[in-house]
Design a binder for this molecule. Structure first.
Ligand SMILES: Nc1ncnc2c1ncn2[C@@H]1O[C@H](COP(=O)(O)OP(=O)(O)OP(=O)(O)O)[C@@H](O)[C@H]1O
Length: 275
């Protein structure tokens, strides 16, 4: 597969800066309790933690699917946490999202699903008539070629395997020309081999497109093998932030509190895995 040489986002390194982020649902105890996180350049960051630690809440605050209770979220210096209406829609297209369940429209073709990533850029009429600019179609083919799904462009999305569907999800997110990619358990619905292929793909794309990627992931072995930085959440606090090499058994136990930390999640990082 060819490597990409597509300019995405702004010139220079992208920076996400989260300061003292708090999220409370209703009157409950906060789920995120004053989180600070800065991500730059093309770093691939794994967010790990036991179920309920606040991983999805963090990603949803960043792309503003939910409203942060307080704190600041800046993307390339622009404050996202208070945006509304048109400004929020414009900010959202700078944030690509990849989902565990792929979130494709089954009855539409792969190409139509991919072009959905451009909906934030075209007029209502263009979208309704499915008249996308030629350059969008060319970019779609280039990205589909890169991830190995160009031959399925005219197939219905529900005719593809899980791994192929997730590649469609990744391309759709990249069609937004995002400044950052967020992935919420992107491999949890896939078999182990396909999961590793998707992790490897996201890592390569981060490098090729100079895109920071934040991945919520339960599989610690994959986090260690395919990301450059691990952030561990526990009860809404960040209790680990470091390289995969530093994420040892003690760190694992601290993050997971002694639960959900089976031995196989400590599989060693190999050179081949990290390629
Ligand atoms: N919409 C909501 N309303 C109320 N509470 C919520 C809502 N969404 C999440 N929560 C609660 O917030 C806490 C953190 O949830 P979150 O989904 O962020 O955790 P997570 O680390 O992503 O877990 P998992 O790995 O199981 O997806 C949980 O206790 C959850 O029940």
């Amino acid at each position: 597969m060819a490597h990409l040489n597509i300019e995405v986002g702004l010139q220079g390194a992208v920076m996400l800066e989260i300061t003292q982020l708090v999220k409370r649902y209703g009157r409950n105890e906060p789920v995120l309790k004053g989180l600070d996180l800065t991500v730059e350049g093309n770093t691939v960051v794994a967010i790990v933690g036991a179920s309920g630690a606040g991983k999805s809440t963090l990603l949803r605050c960043i792309n503003r699917l939910i409203e942060p209770s307080s704190g600041s979220i800046k993307l390339n210096g622009d404050e996202l946490s208070h945006l509304r209406g048109q400004a929020l829609r414009q900010a959202r297209r700078r944030i690509g999202m990849v989902f565990q369940g792929f979130n494709l429209i089954d009855r539409l073709s792969v190409m139509e699903n991919v072009l959905a990533g451009r909906l934030g850029y075209v007029t209502f009429l263009q979208a309704w008539r499915r008249r996308f600019p030629q350059q969008d179609i060319e970019r779609a083919f280039e990205l589909m070629e890169r991830v190995g799904i160009a031959q399925y462009a005219n197939k219905r999305a529900d005719e593809l395997s899980g791994g192929e569907r997730q590649r469609v999800g990744v391309v759709r997110a990249l069609m937004q020309e995002p400044d950052i990619l967020l992935a919420d358990e992107p491999t949890a619905s896939l078999d182990p081999v396909t999961s590793e292929q998707i992790m490897k793909l996201m890592r390569s794309l981060a490098e090729e497109l100079s895109l920071p990627v934040l991945i919520n992931i339960h599989n610690v072995a994959q986090a260690r093998a395919y990301t450059e930085r691990i952030v561990g959440l526990r009860h809404g606090h960040m209790i680990f932030d470091g390289s995969p090499e530093r994420f040892d058994k003690a760190a694992l136990e601290e993050v997971y509190g002694g639960i959900e930390a089976p031995d196989e999640t400590m599989a060693p990082v190999t050179a081949e895995d990290s390629a």
